[in-house]
Design a binder for this molecule. Structure first.
Ligand code: GLY
Length: 589
């Protein structure tokens, strides 16, 4: 109820505000022009499959469903049917909704199930194998979104993925590397995984090999033909229950049958006159993003040079405080009272910024001393894609297996990887430490509960106009990657391409550390930040924000593939293999 009122206020404010002009310098590359809609994902083949659905008149949700199933085949590090995620849909009239298909804790789970006899977290149990997975939500979530906003038959959206698995597809260099590492390493203890993903006859996968996933084809065909019940109550559920029982796992057929996706009201707010639409709990992402943006609006961040020490200092302090709120308050709203309306209010931001010293980095421990218990993880594999159709429907979808290849576990006969999402719960009640373990009550394990997520799919609008669709993988860095892309476009007037290419930063309260992508800021800025007291680490890359951006002057839509992902592609109905040469989409040849 309260969220609805906030949403209404947000729309009114967005309509009243003036537009921020886009930067005027020459723009050689704005992304992929997309008059008839676009799918931007980390898998070129899956983007083509989604765009082919748009070409046949499918809605953005139809295309998102087809893309998600295709990525379960082509992008096993995070694409999935054995995991979960979140989808935001914005309709052409500006209304928006979200679908929550986050995994749930099995009925037999307990708050201390990952502690050893000494009371320490046994990270092996959340990393891999039969105790690591939550009850998957992806298939139910995609089916729910399809039943609300799909136009094409379900079967036509799932079968391209089944065909791809059955007929095979060409392995990219990055997929070959990932599979070789998996099969020789984390998958080794699980014969079903090695049988599914090992090279037939042995040896290493190489770029250009064809991989066939026969069991996955069978599973996807069953889902295409019989709908989501094939997964949750049919032979797939039987197979999961049997293997779980035989190997010390917890998921039962009753857990699967009880799984429900949920349609939830998005969290909505405003930033400099833009309307921000994102994911409510059980994601912490939308709430934290709005808390940060509210602080940065009050601090007039847009008036500072983008990569100056002052701007980086203030964005860091905003990140720190929103992540402390996350640790204190966020969890599954079906189990705990989460004060979302207060956390995303402008008044809360005003209170928070009173504690920011422009001349000194705050101490995370000092700020959160009420919950830090002892001086003392999160994986960064997830995937995000963005879709828009020619009628103005937009989808922002982030889904995950948690770690790369999830629990590394394929139950024999099913062909798909199970998640290791249980690790996103707070695993040691009462222990919050300097390394980032959190033990606060809101996100403790309970049967049927959804684990807290950082996934931050986001859609930005201005009045009736779509501005940006974005999101990212990256564990807790997800929230900051989404923030950086949104800030780039809204506060500093960057194009979508510039905002996606721009350096990203991360601070998550604890560990008390500011990470900046390699070459992100000058040496002088780094030195100033250190002098202010920040523990600055520079290097690596952060996230993969597959983005859609709408030119503020022309209204033209552009798909912006994030070059940080080797196989990313923005596909439009006119750039699919089908449109260009008659070859079916999904065959990389
Ligand atoms: N497993 C990543 C997330 O949900 O935030």
């Amino acid at each position: 109820m309260k969220l609805r009122m906030i949403a209404a206020l947000a729309v009114t404010a967005a309509l009243a505000a003036p537009a921020t002009p886009v930067s005027t310098q020459a723009q050689p590359d704005l992304g992929t022009f997309a008059r008839e809609g676009v799918v931007v994902s980390s898998s070129d083949i899956a983007s083509d499959i989604g765009a082919a659905v748009l070409a046949r008149g499918g809605t953005a949700v139809d295309a998102a469903v087809a893309t998600a199933f295709a990525m379960a085949v082509t992008y096993p590090t995070a694409g999935n049917i054995g995991g979960g995620g979140f989808m935001i849909v914005r309709l052409p009239d500006g209304t928006a909704t979200t679908f929550d298909f986050r995994e749930r804790a099995p009925g037999k789970s307990t708050p201390t199930m990952y502690l050893d006899a000494q009371g320490n977290i046994n990270r092996n149990l959340t990393a891999a194998g039969y105790l690591a997975p939550g009850v998957p939500g992806t298939v139910r979530g995609l089916a729910m979104a399809h039943s609300r906003f799909g136009k094409m038959p379900w079967r036509d959206l799932v079968m391209p993925a089944a065909d791809l698995a059955r007929n095979g597809f060409l392995v990219s260099r990055s997929l070959a590397g990932g599979l070789n590492r998996e099969v020789a390493g984390p998958m080794k203890p699980f014969p079903g995984s090695v049988a599914a993903y090992g090279k037939p006859g042995g040896g290493q996968w190489a770029e250009g090999d064809t991989i066939v996933l026969g069991d996955l084809a069978k599973t996807l065909t069953a889902i295409a033909t019989d709908g989501p019940d094939a997964f949750y109550t049919g032979w797939i559920a039987d197979t999961i229950e049997k293997a779980m029982a035989a190997n010390g796992g917890l998921i039962t057929k009753a857990d699967l049958a009880a799984y429900q996706a949920k349609e939830r009201q998005p969290v909505r707010g405003t930033f400099l006159g833009y309307e921000i639409i994102s994911m409510p709990p059980p994601s912490s992402g939308g709430t934290a993003l709005l808390t940060m943006l509210n602080m940065l609006e009050a601090l007039e961040i847009q008036k500072l040079p983008r990569l100056s020490a002052e701007a980086v200092h203030l964005t860091t302090e905003a990140r720190r405080r929103a992540f402390l709120d996350r640790a204190r308050f966020l969890g599954d709203p079906d189990f705990v009272e989460v004060p979302v309306a207060r956390l995303i209010s402008k008044a809360h931001a005003t209170d928070l910024i009173k504690t920011i010293d422009p001349k000194r980095a705050s101490s995370s421990v000092e700020l959160g001393k009420d919950i830090v218990t002892v001086p003392g993880e999160e994986s960064d594999e997830t995937t995000h894609f963005s879709v828009a159709d020619r009628n103005g429907m937009a989808v922002s979808l982030t889904y995950t297996l948690e770690g790369g290849y999830g629990a590394h576990l394929v139950i024999p006969g099913t062909g798909f990887l199970l998640n290791n999402e249980m690790g996103d719960f707070n695993k040691k009640p009462g222990t919050t430490n300097l390394t980032g373990d959190i033990g606060t009550p809101a996100n403790l394990i309970a049967p049927g509960k959804r684990m807290l997520s950082s996934m931050t799919p986001v859609i930005v609008a201005r009045g009736s106009r779509l501005v940006l669709v974005t999101g990212s993988p990256g564990g807790r860095t997800i929230i900051n990657t989404s923030l950086d892309v949104v800030l780039g476009v809204t506060a500093w007037g960057l194009t979508g391409r510039e905002a996606v290419d721009a350096p990203r930063m991360h601070h998550q309260w604890l560990p008390d550390r500011l990470s900046i992508e390699a070459n992100g800021v000058s040496d002088d800025v780094q030195a100033t930040l250190k002098a202010l007291g920040h523990d600055v680490r520079v290097g690596g890359t952060q996230g993969s924000a597959q983005t859609i951006w709408v030119h503020p002057n022309t209204g033209a839509i552009y798909g912006v593939a994030d070059r940080r992902s080797a196989d990313a592609k923005a596909s439009t109905p006119t750039t699919t293999p089908e449109a260009q040469s008659g070859a079916p989409s999904g065959v990389r040849r």
